[in-house]
Design a protein around this ligand. Sequence first.
Ligand SMILES: [Mg+2]
Length: 416
Amino acid sequence: MRIADVRITPIAVPDVPLVNTKGVHQRVFLRAVIELVTDTGLIGLGEAYGAKRTLDGLQAVAPKLDGLDPYHFRDLRSRVELALPEGGGVNAPTALADHKVVDVVYSAFEIACLDLIGKHTDRPMYDLLGGAVRQDIPFGGYLFFKFANLPTAISTDIFGKVMTPDAMVEEAREIVGQYGYRSLKLKGGVLEPDLEVETMLKLREAFPDHPLRIDPMGAWTVATAKHVVEKLDGVLEYLEDPVRGMDAMAELSAQIDMPLATNLVVVEFEQVIEAVKKDAVQIVLSDHHYWRGATGAIQLGEMCRAANLGVSMHSNSHLGISLAAMCHVAAATPNLTYDCDTHYPWYDREIIKGGRVTFKDGKLRVPEGPGLGVKLDENAVAELHTLYNEMMIVDRDDTDEMLKYIPDYERKVPRW
Ligand SMILES: [Mg+2]
């Protein structure tokens, strides 16, 4: 079984204006659908970021995969590195972390290879990763402050404007009512810190048994973060990226007992070692999109076990192929003991057959079919590819988008 053809289809998915510390989501988010076609007629699926640098990387590597044995991940890795000699990162300059293009492109193709191997052996992907330690994957409700849609929006405006603590509690009630989530995470760094403290306290009152987290994405100074930690003592299960940079995280960590989590300062294996040396974080967020695929994400889990760090799971806006891969990785990572993040409630499209998946009590059953266990809805992909061509948005830039809402907006991280 060898790779005979590679299809990469960029798509645009209608999104809502979710606010974060560097700006606001654009009218669409971008993804790339990957199909690896073998000489035996099997098709392996993958889903990657769809912004320009990732897409360019995927397209540069695609012709080099001809003849690849999908079982040979080392060969895949060296083909990716050879095809992308300049390396570099994929994220917008206004983003707060950068992911290496070789890791992101490798990751996307590795998932598609695993899907192929699963189909070839008639095994679910989690069996290729060591077997499942859990079949039902718990996800948490991912809460966002948000603007109301602009008149130019093309999405359904889920939940309308949410920019106060009370509105956030209502949003949480809606999302828990619809999906049954048993924990909640707030994307913070949007309102003044004391208002976000008030938000968390109101969420605690409304959901006395839900583990709570807040992720201000580096919006606070060490002094501000310390103030927040004092106010939220006993309220949070962990605090995610309160301050910017490894050294600031270490400085804060030395002064508090609350566990710190990150998907900003630890995004490569080398940084795990630095974080341990500096005792900068206690929990690392896994993500198969940049931790060198599913096998890398599993290795991260093992590395965190050895280093006595916790493991949680990060999310970007994604569709059903990525969600299935997240479930398989979570199923096969024994020490992934926190509820996974997902942006799934924030859009209404899907690209897999059967349409939108259903959460039960906040959980998803890991797909049982061979490989990822999902099939592509080609009509849905074609529709979103047409939208990609029409929208003429090829990169993500939350800061630029923010100027449409706040014309004198200035990106400042940390802001408080
Ligand atoms: Mg985060």
